[in-house]
Design a binder for this molecule. Structure first.
Ligand code: IMP
Length: 423
């Protein structure tokens, strides 16, 4: 398989977990390169449902090597729980098929506490984070005061660094009105997690370079989506990592010219969790999807905000990621509609925008300009071939791919592996 970067083309939750699982079949190695356990990738295999937060979804297929790359922020206690949980479900996880980067940064309890306390202090201006400590961990990484996995697995070094960091962070927590943390308790918990994870830890950059040299196929699985990117998203309502294609290089150490293609995943409509502008948000679509039991977050269980497909956004995503091929998911969510709207531009008064304005206040004022497409009013979840999809569904898919400026490669009509149509 060509080395493939997979990214979300919207605000996260595009159904990447399932597409990653399908593409993993052709890959030898699957790599996570950014984010942390704020992500939740849901995969259904037969009657079993797996929600993975840090472990790449490739773990669910035999003979695949999964790598948690240097760009990921790792909550070690969470990772240990996740490994144990997946083992309980009968999936083989061991240092033979899961590798953890030495230089990934560690999410500490004070990062989680700070995440919560800062959100609380922001009041109505909150970002709506997952409270997993992601922002403060990347903040410490950039400020060069972070602890890395390589520290975690060296007990003495870890103890000394923890003592220094916890003292400083307890003072900040106190100032924010939050409870300070017990050094002994954190040390005990993190030591145990470090001991458990030690055999998984390696120099993943060197490992991946050997893999590239041996022509093994690598899939870089993106977490979150383009508009949650710290540089290219709807700042400040974003996560703290580069969720766009470039993040796959920096977060793994594999250089850009070794990447062969970028696959963008997008839903046939739009969703977002957390705060921030969402121009095509629509209460009727949200009610319809929630009544179908869809669109509840995999990590926090929050009901997602929903709206019509936004082609202004996905075209931008195509541009910043260099998307070659598209996978459109959740087509079946639109099966019952008479008319389907697609946002093809924004307007404020008489001013038209065919791109996403950078100023968040401007974006918040943007009204969508819609094109309308006839619905197909037929269940599509049992369709397995492109030519058997209703004509209106095919036309809709082709139109949104064309508006996004990329080639349609996959249509997904349900969570199961076989509910996937390849073009
Ligand atoms: P954080 O990543 O927890 O700091 O949250 C920042 C923003 O990103 C919030 O709006 C979250 O809801 C959103 N976010 C983080 N991870 C995901 C994800 O995996 N899917 C969708 N939204 C996410």
């Amino acid at each position: 398989m060509a080395n493939t970067i997979l990214v979300g083309a919207q605000w996260g939750d595009e159904g990447k977990g399932k597409i990653i699982d399908v593409l993993t079949e052709q890959a030898d190695i699957v790599v996570r390169t950014q984010g942390g356990n704020n992500a939740g990738h849901t995969v259904f295999i037969g009657p079993k449902k797996y929600v993975l937060h840090l472990i790449p979804s490739g773990i669910l297929r035999k003979k695949k090597i999964c790598v948690i790359g240097n760009g990921v922020v790792v909550d070690p206690v969470g990772l240990v729980d996740e490994i144990k949980g997946v083992l309980k479900l009968g999936v083989a996880v061991s240092p033979k098929n899961l590798l953890l980067s030495e230089t990934a940064h560690v999410v500490m309890p004070y990062h989680r506490e700070l995440d919560g306390a800062r959100e609380m202090a922001k009041g109505k201006n909150k970002i709506g984070t997952t409270k997993r400590g992601i922002g403060p961990t990347y903040g410490d990484k950039a400020a060069r005061v972070g602890l890395r996995i390589i520290d975690l697995i060296h007990p003495e070094r870890f103890e000394a660094k923890l003592k220094e960091r916890i003292t400083e962070n307890n003072a900040v927590l106190k100032a924010l009105g939050a409870k300070p943390l017990s050094f002994e308790k954190v040390l005990r918990e993190y030591r145990a997690a470090g001991d458990f994870l030690r055999p998984y830890v390696t120099n993943t950059v060197v490992y991946l370079h050997h893999a590239v040299r041996e022509d093994r196929g690598i899939l870089f699985e993106g977490a979150q989506g383009t508009f949650l990117d710290i540089d290219h998203g709807t700042y400040p309502f974003v996560t703290s990592s580069n969720t766009t294609a470039g993040g796959a290089c920096t977060g793994s150490g594999v250089p850009p010219h070794r990447m062969d293609r970028v696959v963008g995943v997008m839903k046939a409509y739009t969703t977002r969790v957390g705060e921030g502008p969402l121009p095509t948000e629509n209460a009727e679509i949200a009610d319809m999807l929630h009544a179908m039991g869809r669109e509840f977050g995999a990590t926090t269980g929050r009901a997602r905000r929903c709206g019509w497909f936004d082609a202004v956004a996905t075209r931008h995503a195509s541009m910043v990621n260099g998307i070659d091929q598209l996978a459109v998911t959740n087509l079946d969510g639109l099966d019952s509609l008479d008319v389907i709207r697609v946002c093809i531009g924004y307007k404020i008064g008489r001013t038209r925008y065919d791109y996403i304005p950078n100023e968040i206040e401007t974006l918040a004022q943007c009204e969508p300009v819609y094109a309308e497409f006839p619905g197909w009013r037929t269940p599509t979840d049992k369709v397995r071939e492109w030519r058997k999809l209703p004509l209106n569904a095919r036309s809709y898919l082709k139109a949104i791919a064309e508006l996004t400026d990329a080639e349609l490669a996959i249509a997904s009509i349900g969570p199961a592996r076989d509910q996937t149509i390849f073009l």
